[in-house]
Design a protein around this ligand. Structure first.
Ligand SMILES: [Zn+2]
Length: 401
């Protein structure tokens, strides 16, 4: 096992990162021993990982971060850093290494204040004497102001600081920032490779793993959730039946309302799991008695937490709805595949009867139009159109002709 094992179907990226980690290691060793520093190096201070959702952008960034902290004695014998076993690798991967900070946000945006905090941290020398690694999982969520704060840090990094930024695509990152990063593109991993990793790493039964990998078309995180969470399977089953329920106006409106409600339930579930504990923890930290009044002057901090939790619920709800729309797109893509007789593997074989019925009963043009309607709905939601309105417009468009 090495730190690269979780990087599914990304051989080229692993190779590049491995080479950079090797050069980074040579540099650290040269400085420590007073030897001359190597001239050419594949190592650099700012990296940008892009790729479709589920391709493993943050997995790649974290694996690289771990390899940079690798202290395996095998390195001296020509072994590559990133053994996966040594203290440096291990603590980096489980998130307890003092010099690896992974920033993942459950909010819609990352503001100036948080970014300043990060930049301050990035200036510190690494406690372990190797690299100060900052992984920013959602670089696409930086506000413009936050982006400018980050830009200064990326332009003039401290000698041992490494920024690892992740975003869906290059266009999602400020041009000034991306031009200073080395760019790596991840691809959607093959379905077989995803099934493989579910079996190997998560101990999931091979047929369940294969079905989940096929259904999510190479999205590792969603495949794992589908294979392990019965609620996720229930939600998916409901979405797959939607095309049969949009036959009249009443059916369309009901289907739309249900999609919204399901996303709301999802957000509520997450909120119940996280919010209560978070609030209790903060109350305790502020010195409140259990169930008692809050000490003076703490109202502002509590209010800040409430706002944060509210924004997180909004994001969870949005993500959940978007996931349903992606699944629905998959259904119509399967219909189109059947209609065009192409040899692409179907994603939703569990509803093959319905797919065939839809393929026979409609034209490829109308299927394309439906796929476009779902895309338009996703765009509208992205632009903050009221969710129910956007989804109703979509279900109505799925019905017509
Ligand atoms: Zn190691």
């Amino acid at each position: 096992m090495t730190v690269w094992d979780d990087l599914v179907g990304q051989e080229r990226v692993s190779e590049q990162l491995g080479a950079a980690a090797r050069d980074a290691d040579a540099l650290v060793t040269a400085v420590a021993t007073g030897a001359p520093q190597p001239e050419a190096s594949k190592m650099t201070h700012a990296w940008l990982f892009t790729g479709p959702p589920g391709s493993g952008r943050s997995t790649a960034a974290r694996a690289f971060g771990a390899a940079l902290q690798c202290t395996s004695p095998d390195r001296a014998l020509g072994g590559a850093p990133g053994c996966g076993f040594c203290d440096g690798c291990h603590t980096s991967l489980v998130g307890t290494h003092a010099d690896v900070e992974v920033v993942r946000t459950d909010l819609l945006s990352i503001g100036v204040k948080e970014t300043r905090e990060l930049v301050r941290r990035a200036q510190m020398s690494p406690a372990g004497g190797r690299w100060q690694v900052i992984v920013l999982e959602d670089a696409d969520r930086l506000t413009e102001g936050a982006g400018n704060v980050l830009l200064k840090a990326v332009e003039e990094p401290a000698p041992r600081t490494v920024w690892l930024l992740c975003a869906p695509s290059l266009e999602d990152v400020l041009p000034t920032i991306r031009s200073r990063c080395r760019h790596l593109t991840l691809r959607t991993p093959p379905v077989d490779a995803v099934a493989d990793v579910l079996v190997r790493r998560d101990g999931i039964e091979p047929d369940i793993a294969a079905a989940a990998a096929r259904a999510t078309q190479g999205h590792i995180g969603r495949a794992r959730r589908l294979a392990t969470d019965p609620k996720a399977r229930e939600r998916r089953a409901a979405v797959l039946k939607l095309p049969m329920r949009v036959e009249d106006v009443g059916g369309c409106l009901r289907a739309a309302q249900e999609l919204i409600d399901t996303a709301g339930d999802d957000a509520k579930q997450v909120a119940e799991e996280v919010d209560v504990k978070e609030t209790d923890d903060l109350r305790a930290a502020l010195g409140a008695e259990k169930g008692g009044r809050m000490p003076r002057g703490t109202a502002g901090v509590m209010k800040e937490l409430e706002d944060r939790q509210k924004r997180r619920r909004t994001r969870t709800q949005r993500d959940s709805l978007d996931l349903a729309l992606i699944e629905l797109t998959g259904v119509y893509r399967d219909v189109l595949t059947l209609q065009l007789g192409s040899r692409v593997a179907l994603a939703n074989t569990e509803v093959i009867d319905m797919l065939e019925r839809l393929a026979r009963g409609t034209s490829p043009e109308s299927t394309l139009r439906r796929i476009e309607a779902i895309g338009a709905c996703r765009t509208a939601l992205d632009r903050n159109v009221a969710p129910l309105l956007a989804v109703e417009a979509m279900t109505m468009a799925l019905r017509a002709g």
